[in-house]
Design a protein around this ligand. Structure first.
Ligand SMILES: Cc1cc2nc3c(=O)[nH]c(=O)nc-3n(C[C@H](O)[C@H](O)[C@H](O)COP(=O)(O)OP(=O)(O)OC[C@H]3O[C@@H](n4cnc5c(N)ncnc54)[C@H](O)[C@@H]3O)c2cc1C
Length: 201
């Protein structure tokens, strides 16, 4: 099967059996791999909040919205540049750390103190890319394969809140692993687009 790369071809909708392009082309496809990233909720722009790339709200170093010291935006919806001017990625560690920082700043404001700038501490990145396979970057160290997968598993279990939660997820994952079954399946109506332009999904 040949591979074709199409440039300058924005996607307007994805359904269960096709991908539609802006120029009207319809590509039959039952499996779609989407790597274009996520957009912020379009409501942020409609509410008049200052948006940057990807529809994310450009926040102050304190995570407040410019002109609205009573409003904080964090996580995927926040556009926040690090000291080198690079936007922080839309990943869980950023959202978690910003959540804590915003809560602390709100407490400071309530105590009559000035909020302090947010500083992201990069814990590294890890992603599972298949059975027994993952990639991990920790500082200057990068490793792949089974050891990376075990580390990915351990870290994600430890990060879950509560022993009961951890145990349930461990049982679920063990079930998937030994029986080659996924516990979660999404069943979508055939007529409804999985993605359509303007919705963010
Ligand atoms: C498929 C996938 C895989 C990912 N894998 C990883 C990974 O391996 N590692 C990693 O670090 N990150 C991963 N991410 C990214 C990570 O999930 C996000 O960065 C993180 O969840 C952002 O947290 P958040 O609180 O900003 O947003 P969310 O976790 O999306 O939380 C937003 C919440 O707001 C609720 N909400 C939305 N609209 C409204 C409304 N109008 N009123 C009230 N509530 C509302 C939503 O229901 C949701 O609960 C992945 C994301 C996806 C989609």
């Amino acid at each position: 099967m040949g591979v074709e790369v199409r440039l300058q071809a924005p996607v307007t909708s994805v359904t269960h059996d096709a991908v539609s392009l802006q120029d009207g082309t319809i590509i039959p496809a039952e499996t779609t791999v989407w790597t274009a990233g996520v957009r912020g909720d379009p409501r942020a722009g409609r509410w008049g909040l200052p948006t940057a790339r990807g529809g994310r709200v450009a926040v102050l170093p304190t995570l407040q919205v410019p002109g609205h010291p009573e409003v904080y935006v964090i996580g995927d919806l926040a556009y926040f540049e690090d000291a080198a001017g690079h936007p922080l990625p839309q990943v869980a560690p950023v959202a978690i750390q910003q959540g804590v920082a915003a809560a602390q700043n709100i407490a400071r404001q309530m105590a009559g103190q000035a909020p302090v700038p947010f500083q992201y501490k990069d814990p590294g990145s890890m992603a599972t890319i298949g059975r027994n396979a993952a990639v991990v970057r920790l500082g200057r160290w990068t490793f792949t394969g089974f050891p990376a997968w075990v580390l990915w598993l351990g870290v994600h279990l430890i990060r879950l809140i509560g022993f009961r939660n951890r145990l349930l997820v461990l049982i679920n994952w063990a079930w998937d692993y030994f029986l080659y079954e996924r516990a979660i399946r999404l069943i979508l109506p055939a007529s409804r687009p999985v993605f359509s332009e303007g919705t963010g999904f």
